[in-house]
Design a protein around this ligand. Structure first.
Ligand SMILES: *[C@@H]1O[C@H](CO)[C@@H](O)[C@H](O)[C@H]1NC(C)=O
Ligand SMILES: *[C@@H]1O[C@H](CO)[C@@H](O)[C@H](O)[C@H]1NC(C)=O
Ligand SMILES: *[C@@H]1O[C@H](CO)[C@@H](O)[C@H](O)[C@H]1NC(C)=O
Length: 448
């Protein structure tokens, strides 16, 4: 054994020496080449008349010039892709997702009708937990039963339902799915609003058919009208970087959502390892998973011309209650978008004190606080709770057929209707939004 090893050793030494010799030779050739080049360069430049500039100075100058060019024109292709324009039409259009689960069909239909306006776009979705019959029923209702929907063609039901795990990332992927459908199929729209079947509007889209209110056009407006006077790139999303207890309860634990790979629904589970808080971006969070996002931001999130939305999405795949952080973290870490945030979710939600896992169901007792909140939406409501009837008659003016007959509704549906009739509840949204936009420090307090 030893001799073999010894023999190998001397062989290796010989090889090494040979390699060293070769290296020396190569170095010699290289240095010869470089010095010839340098001499050539000096001769060329000095004969060009510029005697004072040495070769090194020249080289250095051209390097500096290149650096300056780099600073003026960005080198990365994505920074040349401009932020998409917002639409310029007189009245905005909204794109709604209304999502529900088993047993939510009735609520979902009622909310959709109360929210319906031909200018808007709608996606409805019942998740895989809802029985097939219930899902089919909803699809049939959208496609066949409601004549208005076919006439205008702005309501679509998701046929391939998603498995959605409560508190899991599948909730976010479901929202992104609907937003993608609306981007591809929904034509022009300005804001994306994510609702569940237990949400309900507190103002009309269009307005009540009250002739006496016609003279009040102007400061008194409904949701579409109120939104027509504000910049279309604003994003209404409650957020804070003060994650507090969520650092230990949310950011460090790692969860797995079986909905990402399983056919059967089951709860999220925890991995024993913990991870540290991100340093590549700052985490933002909110108590609310509800928001109204501008079209440019939805395009940015889905089409990903910057990698941030994708990276953050993958990070949130293992984050408990990701709907309360994903869009918040993306928007607040995107320089182009963070100044477009308005720190409000446009919802009235009532938490118990101390807060429980779910907000409490709203009833007649909450009615006045709902109205006083000036919010355009509230949640959550039990199935056909009597307070919904009160909202229908006092705030929305819902007709017997379940629709709010605004300016669009005459003998024939005017799909491109720009005739709006202001409703009496509309002053409230106007108050809320103008209050938010004129609040002290609004311009300087985004994403803090
Ligand atoms: C969107 O809507 C659904 C309602 O089905 C909700 O559960 C979810 O958390 C919402 N938010 C986001 C960011 O997906
Ligand atoms: C509504 O407007 C769109 C685009 O402006 C147009 O293509 C469509 O035909 C119009 N529909 C009606 C019913 O006027
Ligand atoms: C956002 O607002 C801050 C504070 O007013 C300002 O310094 C910054 O330049 C703005 N960013 C963009 C992209 O407009």
């Amino acid at each position: 054994m030893e001799t073999v090893a010894g023999g190998n050793f001397t062989k290796l030494q010989q090889q090494l020496q040979q390699q060293k010799k070769q290296k020396w030779f190569l170095l010699l050739i290289a240095s010869l080449l470089i010095s010839t080049l340098l001499i050539l360069l000096t001769v060329t430049f000095s004969s060009g008349g510029n005697n004072s500039a040495s070769t090194t100075q020249l080289l250095f100058r051209s390097y500096r010039r290149r650096q300056q060019q780099d600073r003026s024109s960005p080198r990365f292709v994505e920074s040349k892709l401009a932020k998409p324009e917002t639409s310029a039409g007189k009245l905005p259009r909204l794109a709604y997702l209304i999502s529900g689960s088993a047993g939510d069909g009735v609520n979902l239909k009622r909310a959709l009708k109360a929210l319906y306006h031909p200018r808007n776009q709608y996606v409805v979705h019942l998740d895989l937990e809802a029985p097939v019959e219930e899902r089919l029923e909803l699809i049939r209702w959208v496609k066949e039963d409601e004549k208005v929907f076919q006439e205008v063609g702005n309501v679509r039901a998701v046929v391939r339902s998603n498995l959605v795990t409560y508190r899991g990332p599948t909730m976010v992927s479901n929202t992104l799915h609907a937003a993608a459908i609306l981007l591809r199929d929904g034509g022009e729209w300005d804001w994306f609003i994510n609702l569940s079947a237990s949400d309900y509007p507190l103002v009309t889209q269009d307005g009540l058919e009250l002739e006496s209110l016609d003279c009040l056009m102007g400061p008194v407006t409904d949701l579409l009208h109120t939104l027509s006077s504000i910049p279309r790139d604003l994003n209404f999303i409650e957020h804070t970087s003060d994650i507090g207890w969520k650092e230990d309860q949310r950011a460090r634990p790692v969860i797995i959502d079986p909905g990402l790979y399983s056919l059967q629904k089951s709860d999220v589970y925890w991995v024993t390892e913990k991870r540290s808080v991100p340093t590549a971006y700052r985490l933002f969070t909110a108590g609310s998973a509800w928001m109204m996002l501008s079209r440019p931001f939805v395009e940015y999130s889905l089409w990903g011309w910057d990698n941030l939305p994708r990276i953050v999405l993958m990070y949130y795949a293992n984050f408990l209650s990701s709907p309360e952080g994903y869009f918040h973290t993306v928007i607040c870490n995107a320089e182009e978008f963070k100044n477009t945030t308005v720190n409000h979710d446009l919802h009235f939600i009532s938490w118990d004190n101390p807060p429980k896992q779910h907000p409490h169901f709203l009833t007649a007792e909450d009615y006045q606080r709902m109205v006083d909140s000036n919010a355009p939406f509230a949640r959550k409501f039990g199935k056909n709770d009597p307070v919904l009837d009160r909202i229908d008659s006092e705030l929305l003016g819902v007709s017997a057929d379940g629709f709010v007959h605004g300016g669009w509704f005459s003998k024939t549906v005017k799909a491109n209707s720009t005739e709006l009739k202001p409703g009496n509840g509309a002053r409230r949204v106007k108050n809320l939004i103008s209050g938010l936009l004129s609040a002290e420090g609004f311009r300087t307090s985004h994403c803090i």
